[in-house]
Design a protein. Structure first.
Length: 57
């Protein structure tokens, strides 16, 4: 379900955060994915979670 490619994952996660989830924790819980895994993959392409914006920037 979650894309493996970091760039595809970025688009997927930001879309889900914008349209369906109040924060990253809610997304991870609902989709059954590890928060740390998402954060590490997106950090590898220089994107980090901004809690105030509820997206990776």
């Amino acid at each position: 379900m979650m894309p493996k490619d970091p760039v595809m994952m970025l688009g997927f996660v930001n879309l889900k955060l914008r349209d369906f989830y109040k924060d990253l924790d809610a997304l991870c819980e609902d989709l059954g994915v590890e928060k740390q895994e998402i954060m590490e993959k997106l950090a590898a392409i220089d994107y980090y979670y901004d809690r105030e914006r509820n997206q990776f920037v």
